[in-house]
Design a protein around this ligand. Structure first.
Ligand code: NA7
Length: 533
């Protein structure tokens, strides 16, 4: 007989921002916890997405933990927007400082988790044969952690390098002398292509949808600004919690409508917020994401700005974005459009010139073969639900999560699912997650989960799960709120529509302050909307 698996109060899946903080909180509460992590070290998203140019689009001073005043005081950021290596260094510092690695099993991919009703515990199994049982299972599996690669005929026959931005080789890639194809023009393609083009012999960008992008206006960290924020960090964090997406309090939202200003004032306002850079541009007017006409004004402004940067009119035409601004996540770039003025960069619009297949030596399009030595897939992720559905999660009465979610991710508050007692999802579908500053949203969830477990223990309860009625109402509410915005009017990964066959349901919940208030109210009311046994 195989030995009984070790039992813990908690098993945590994933050692990124979420899993690491969950482990810290569990230890503080005196709970035993084991973390199962697929990667070779901590970092999650910031471990895997090590592609050239990877950078956060939320400012460093906000995209960081706030649970420890000492930690936020001692760490210095070197740039306004941190690069992937700097964020990973920060997470390594956190792992060292709190001695986290002793409870993390690296290189361990969880394959299944089964709720054993008689004992009210979860049995977790992994691909390397490690097993464990726990009273509570916390999925800290990330929102963008399963890379999506489109099925291109002939891909297996290609003899060059095949890379995905979301699974970048740890040793890096030497692009010198190579002809490279970059497929995809979301954030990852837009960040990586200019850096690759500066090194490679040639880059061909394959674009399906031209991206709206606003220059990040990245710069070295101003030491005075950093010291100023550190001097009022708690107050700064509180002010950010009250922002619609949980960040940006130092760049206040212009509360008016874009349609109330005359064209001169509107233009001046857009110019001002353009200079702020990146996602902060969306704070130019409060109705940009709500009113299609207001959105059209901002979109026209961005299109004009983009056109000014590109010398070749035909290339400019192809790169001109259309449709709603920021319906797909707005990109923050550093020299993306300017890159197309280089002699070694070409653009293929796959709507006009479809990719037909990959050959041994390149990509055949409707206009002939483009020889390449490396292909970089910047084609995104099976977002929000992908990582959870890759694990064979079996709840009560043999119910499987991937069956339950076949028409979309039913959940309550993005925290729990009916039929899956004591399974918590950190920044799960149904919570603000990717439409907010992820780090404070992670902390809010981990704190809520910790308080919930503490409350269950204090009250002699064994299990908690979402009430089926509450989760139906919640998913309807999340989608009703999204329907008031422009977000449901395009094909984006927020809706799951980037992955063929995935049900089209809007997953993230818009509006951090209301969401946080709701979570607090529910807890204060003895976990209303949950079944507690
Ligand atoms: P995204 O934002 O999902 O972007 C993926 C890109 O890949 C996007 O431009 C897609 O075009 C394109 N794509 C996907 N499939 C294909 C095929 N078959 N052919 C051509 N082009 C394709 O992923 P990212 O990694 O860039 O960014 C994810 C998030 O990470 C980002 O929003 C930030 O939050 C950080 P489409 O637009 O679907 O036409």
């Amino acid at each position: 007989m195989p030995p009984s698996p070790a039992h813990h109060d908690l098993i945590i899946i994933g050692a990124g921002f979420a899993g690491m903080y969950m482990l810290i909180r569990a230890r503080e509460m005196g709970l035993s916890a084991a973390v199962f992590e697929k990667g070779g070290d901590v970092g999650g998203t910031w471990y895997w997405n090590a592609y050239p140019g990877a950078r956060c689009d939320i400012e460093s001073l906000e995209y960081s933990y706030q649970f420890s005043e000492e930690l936020q005081q001692e760490w210095d950021w070197s740039e306004r927007y941190a690069t992937q290596p700097e964020i990973l260094a920060y997470l390594n510092h956190v792992a060292d400082r709190f001695d986290l690695r002793r409870d993390i099993r690296f290189g361990t991919r969880v394959t299944s988790a089964r709720f054993e009703e008689a004992e009210a515990r979860w049995l977790v199994e992994s691909d390397d044969g490690k097993r464990g049982t726990a009273d509570f299972l916390v999925a800290a599996t990330g929102c963008l952690s399963v890379p999506y690669t489109p099925a291109i005929p002939g891909l297996e026959s290609f003899r060059g390098k095949v890379l995905h931005t979301g699974e970048w080789p740890r040793a890096g890639v030497d692009f010198r002398g190579l002809r490279v194809a970059v497929i995809g023009t979301g954030s990852s393609g837009i960040q990586s292509a200019p850096i690759i083009a500066a090194e490679a012999e040639h880059v061909t960008v394959f674009q399906r949808t031209p991206a709206y992008s606003v220059p990040a206006q990245n710069r070295p960290m101003d030491p005075e600004q950093q010291a100023g924020i550190k001097a009022r960090y708690a107050e700064f964090r509180e002010a950010n919690r009250l922002q619609i997406a949980g960040f940006g309090s130092d760049c206040p939202m212009n509360e008016g409508s874009a349609l109330d200003d005359n064209p001169e004032i509107r233009r001046a306002t857009f110019e001002r917020y353009w200079e702020e850079g990146g996602l902060l541009f969306l704070r130019a007017y409060a109705d940009l994401l709500l009113n299609p006409e207001a959105n059209a004004e901002a979109a026209a402004f961005v299109r004009e700005k983009i056109a000014e940067k590109i010398r070749d009119p035909e290339t400019a035409r192809k790169l001109t974005p259309y449709g709603y601004l920021a319906c797909k996540r707005l990109c923050a770039d550093s020299g993306y459009f300017e890159m197309f003025n280089r002699d070694n960069v070409a653009l293929v619009d796959v709507n006009e010139t479809p990719m037909e297949e990959m050959t041994e030596t390149g990509i055949r399009t409707s206009e002939g073969e483009i020889p390449v030595d490396a292909v970089v897939f910047a084609t995104g992720f099976d977002a929000m639900t992908g990582a959870l559905e890759r694990i064979d999660i079996e709840g009560r009465d043999g119910l499987r999560l991937r069956d339950k979610w076949k028409d979309g991710p039913l959940n309550y508050l993005g925290l729990e699912v009916a039929g899956f007692p004591n399974l918590f999802t950190v920044t799960g579908p149904g919570s603000p997650s990717v439409l907010s500053n992820m780090v404070p949203s992670i902390e809010q969830h981990v704190d809520w989960i910790s308080d919930c477990i503490g409350w269950l223990r204090a009250n002699g309860k064994r299990s908690i799960e979402a009430d089926p009625g509450a989760e139906l109402a919640w998913v309807a509410q999340v989608n009703a709120i999204a329907d008031l915005s422009i977000y449901t009017h395009c094909n984006s990964w927020y809706l799951g529509s980037n992955v063929p066959g995935k049900p089209r349901v809007f997953s993230p919940c818009l509006g951090v302050p209301d969401y946080n208030a709701r979570c607090a109210e529910v807890a204060a009311a003895g976990y209303e909307g949950f079944i507690v046994r």
